[in-house]
Write a protein that binds this ligand. Sequence first.
Ligand code: SF4
Length: 365
Amino acid sequence: MNRIDLKSATTLREPAELVAHGLAAAADLPDLQKVAARYAVAVTADIAALIDADDPDDPIARQFIPSADELVTQPGENADPIGDHAHSPVAGIVHRYPDRVLFKLVHVCAVYCRFCFRREMVGPGKATALSQAAYQDAVEYIRAHPEVWEVILTGGDPLMLSPRRLAEIMADLAAIDHVRIIRIHTRVPVADPARVSGEMIAALKVKGATTWIALHANHARELTDKARAACADMIDAGIPLVSQSVLLRGVNDNVAALEALMRAFVECRIKPYYLHHGDLAPGTAHLRTTIEHGQELMRSLRGRVSGLCQPDYVLDIPGGHGKSPVGPVYLSPANSFSGEREQEAETRYRIVDYCGDVHLYPPEP
Ligand code: SF4
C-alpha cells in the first residue's frame, strides 16, 4: 500500500501536483488539466492520506482525483441537475418546499467531489461568496416567509466559513422567530477534521434554534479516527448528526461497502439519513449506477443490518421537483401476486420480508 503523506495544511489543487505525488499518471496530465479548467480540484492532506496510490480502483481516489471521463457530457446531463435556479427567489436562497429553504452561503469546499451535483456552481473560479447586501436580502426573504421552519445551510461547504462569521449567521437566523431548525450540510469533518475546533462548535450552537449537522461521506474509510473525533465533539456538545451519501459506481455500489459505511455512521452516533442516487451532473456518468442496482442494494442492506442503519434511497427529480424515495417496494396488492382471488384483492397484500420471502397480509385464515 502506497500512502501519500502531506503536511497537514496542504491541499493539492493542480493536476501537476497530483502527478508529482503519485495520485495521477503523468500521461493523463493534459486531460486532467482540461478537467481542472472546468471543474475545481482540491484534495486535502487528510483525504490524500486515505488513498492507496497503488490501487487503480481506490474508492477514495475515485471520489476526488479527476478523470478524463469528466470531459464527456452525456445527453440529459445538466449544469443545474436538481433545478436550484428554478426555485431561487433571491440570490443565495432556494425555496423548493414550503417549510424550508436552502441558504447557499459560500461557493468553496475543502475538497471537490468529482460527482458534485453543483459542480458548475462551486469552486474558486465559479462565483464569489454572497455580498453583504445579497446576504441581508436573503435573510430578509426568510424573515418575510413565516412558513420557513428550517434553514439548510449548504453551498459550497458552510464550515469553510470562519467561526466568527458562522456565529453571526447563526445568530441572524435564530433571531427569526419562525426559524426553529438550522441544518448544515458539510464534508469538512471528513475532509479537514482540524477545522472542527472548539470555537467552530461553539459557533454552531445558538439560542432560539436547534442545529443539526448532515455529514457527507461515501465510504467507511472516510470515517478515520480524526473524523470520528470531530463528529463526537459536535455530538457531545449537543448537536445531532445525520448522514448523507451518494451511491457511486466503484466507491460504494456493493452491499459490503454500503453495510460498512452505514455501520460506521451508527457507531459514530450518526443516523443514516439519505443515500442519493447520482444526479445528472455533467461528466459524471462513469460514477452513476442504475436505479435497479440501487434498489437491489437497499434490499440486500435490509437483509443484513437493523433499521438504525437504513438510509432513505432518494432521487432528486430533475427540473427542481424535489426528492422522492426510490427504494424497493415491499407491499403490493395480493392480486398482482396470485391473480386468482378477485374478491380479496382489495383487502389482502403481498409483503416481502428481509430474506426476500413473500407473505400474505392478513394471512390466510
Ligand atoms: S463537498 Fe458538497 S458541494 Fe462541495 S464538491 Fe463535494 S458534493 Fe459538491
